[in-house]
Design a protein around this ligand. Structure first.
Ligand SMILES: NC(=O)c1ccc[n+]([C@@H]2O[C@H](COP(=O)([O-])OP(=O)(O)OC[C@H]3O[C@@H](n4cnc5c(N)ncnc54)[C@H](OP(=O)(O)O)[C@@H]3O)[C@@H](O)[C@H]2O)c1
Length: 269
């Protein structure tokens, strides 16, 4: 692609993606541009990554081949209105704004804009993200490949139909919070068992990471791996009995369905 890669919004996600782009996707540094209304923020990224930083979104997109919309959803429409006249007709637009449909972005631009929408998650900050992408009406197979390459520099990327974006939001977008919640429960149990936090924390973090690694490497369903650590009458069985009695699985599924419903409400505006 010839032209700049421009990040509008120099927040956490832009930082994570920039890091991935520079380390893994090897986009030429001199073609990277970030903008932010907060001077401190854009200067931080400019200094950290040696990229150009601008305050003016319209000026930033003028030479763009790819524009990443990395501002919060609440301000997105205002940002789009500001760049509409300056955006080159051939530029691809990649939105990571949660819950904003491609149709709304296309309508706020020229209508003919090529838009790819992505739903990343926060582990992208450490290169272990899980993102889904979908194409807007005008986006091509090449556009999806470009988006995949950019986000792939910060973790896993899957392609979905736009109708499935709310489900992705509920699953992997909010997903890290569910895992942190489990960690909180494990640490609270450790506290009640009078295990020092300095001992419990590394054990909990390594257990979650180890379980995730094990399932990836062995390729077995979670039920099977759970069965293998649950001997009849043993300690894990005692824990699972309580979880079954308290219907923890049903509560978790219900929680994710609530996230799905809320994602739909937010997307409808
Ligand atoms: N973090 C996540 O877990 C996650 C997951 C999936 C998707 N996303 C999406 O990723 C996007 C970015 O999230 P984030 O966590 O990186 O947000 P963030 O840290 O708040 O970054 C957005 C940045 O854009 C700045 N900004 C606001 N208005 C602007 C404008 N008109 N022009 C240029 N910059 C402007 C913000 O400044 P102020 O702070 O002063 O407003 C902030 O520095 C959001 O749309 C979010 O929905 C986030």
């Amino acid at each position: 692609m010839s032209g700049d890669l421009v990040f509008l919004g120099a927040g956490n996600m832009a930082e994570a993606l920039l890091q991935g782009v520079l380390h893994n996707a090897r986009w030429p540094r001199e073609r990277l541009v970030v903008t932010d209304i907060v001077a401190e923020r854009r200067e931080k990224l400019a200094h950290q990554f040696g990229v150009r930083a601008l305050a003016d979104n319209a000026a930033a997109v003028r030479g763009a081949a790819l524009v990443v919309l990395a501002v919060k959803p609440q301000v997105l429409l205002g940002v789009l209105a500001g760049i509409r006249a300056a955006l080159p007709a051939e530029a691809l637009v990649l939105s990571i704004a949660a819950g904003v449909p491609t149709g709304r972005i296309e309508a706020a631009l020229s209508g003919a804009a090529r838009v790819v929408r992505a739903m990343p998650n926060t582990p992208a900050l450490v290169g272990c993200g899980a993102a889904a992408i979908c194409a807007g009406r005008q986006a091509t197979a090449d556009d999806l490949a470009v988006a995949e390459r950019l986000l792939g520099a910060a973790g896993l990327v899957v392609r979905v139909a736009e109708k499935d974006m709310d489900a992705v939001t509920a699953l992997s977008g909010s997903g890290p919070a569910y895992v942190f919640y489990l960690m909180e429960a494990m640490l609270e149990a450790a506290r009640r068992m009078e295990l020092p936090a300095a001992v419990a924390q590394p054990l909990v973090y390594a257990t979650i990471k180890g379980a995730a690694e094990l399932i990836q490497q062995q390729g077995l369903p979670p039920q099977e791996l759970r069965r293998r650590v649950t001997s009849p009458g043993g300690t894990t069985a005692a824990a699972m009995d309580v979880q079954d009695r308290r219907q923890v699985m049903a509560a978790l599924v219900e929680a994710m369905l609530a996230a799905h419903r809320r994602a739909g409400e937010l997307a409808r505006g």
